[in-house]
Design a protein around this ligand. Sequence first.
Ligand SMILES: [Zn+2]
Length: 510
Amino acid sequence: MIDLLISGGTLVDGTGAEPRRADVAVEGGQVVEVGGLAGLSAVRTMDASGHVVAPGFVDVHTHSDLTLLSGPEAQSAVRQGVTTVVVGNCGLGVTPVAADPGALRAAAGYLDLDPSVRWEWNDLPGYLSALDAARPSVNVAALVAHTPLRAAAVGFGDRPADAVALDRMRGLLGDALGAGAAGVSTGLVYAPVCYAREDELEALGRTAAAHGKLFAWHVRDYADGLLDSVRQALRVAAATGCRTQISHLVAVGRRNHGSVARALELIDAARDAGLDVALDVYPYLAGNAPLSQLLPAWAQEGGEGPMRARLTEPDVRARIRDEWRDMPNSWDDIAVGGRALTELAADPRDLALDLVAEHGNGVQMVAGGRSERDLADALTHPAAVIGSDGQALDPDGPTGQGTPHPRSFGCYPRLFAEYVRTGRIGLADAVRKCTSAAAERAGLAGRGTLRPGAAADIVVFDPARIADRATFAAPQRYPEGIRAVVVAGRAVVEDGAHGGARPGEILRIP
Ligand SMILES: [Zn+2]
């Protein structure tokens, strides 16, 4: 007798194959059979008639590094159908802890929503063990982030990495990749990673290539410099042969609308030349990041403490205000706590400087003003996979404060509501972008498809009803239309409720 039979549903198997009527049999955490299985006896049968049965969504782009340790139920992720998350994106991460731990934790303020989470690791194996002990509801794979690597080898200052420092970073990265990290990520807008020169990025790329692993890029500039920034990632890919992911492709600033199509042309040319390059994207017209990201790199030098102190100096503030004259974002498009800065103060610049001076990297902004056309271009590109750029949050726990970006609650249902139901992306292709194509980028073998031998990570949803309910004004709302979410063969979410199961596996990628 098998453990679970999901019967009567429409199977969308994650490969891009057309939907078909098929039952799915699960045993020992794996899919064991797919097809017409009526009469098979099972401990549990789940009636999926009228529903789509698909592989659980693989979120290649999350910042749940620490929130999973605070709320291992991964509420906001698993309730939208996500069964695997990749942490360590955008160069922001929590391992290795080889330099000043306090300064590193401050640099990772964006990830750090629950002060009671204790950092009890020094390296990737230690961090993965902490995740093992937390027993999250979803599977987790980790990228090694550039910030802790650079902090260990160079510190937080505006200095190039010399030969010794490059060697140290290569060594630390190689150790972590050997211990099961899925790849490495950079975030060239964040200090101290913004001080990295291209030889440093090549060193990381070469190490990733030697392990056959992914190099994910939050590129240097998504605004006026988007195309040059994408060119840099592609140059490093060509020079090193590393598998490359352009993270959350978007064009920031109304004057840059249309740049996404040109960035995609660069990516297409690189792919045509044989490079393994792809991208991820989330289906919203606004992003979210630390407010401090608006500061010029020189103003962030030395870490959070020196940055905050500097922002109280009148001449520093005057210099930043001067540089902001040519800022691509409009201040009307930047909100903190759900309201535009221009609504909150007569002078949004002063307010922004005050907020960062007082609260450092923990202040989050929502930055809008993006183009619907750019977003559609990115989402429909054949090499685009979906990544939420969000976090697993628990509205009833310590990570439930504030006004996070709604993508943390609604990214995947929104794709199906806004793009699939309106016919802009086919159902099978959308599922592929959320599952097998995403798993392939992160090197997650045996996930992202529903066929015999695959992990029994499954989402069952109503294609007519699936929709996000989280908004920028009220983000902490779970989606609708998700009937069940199964991780490793166990039902975690059923009929809109999280049953408390925490069967997620911490993935060590060979
Ligand atoms: Zn990013």
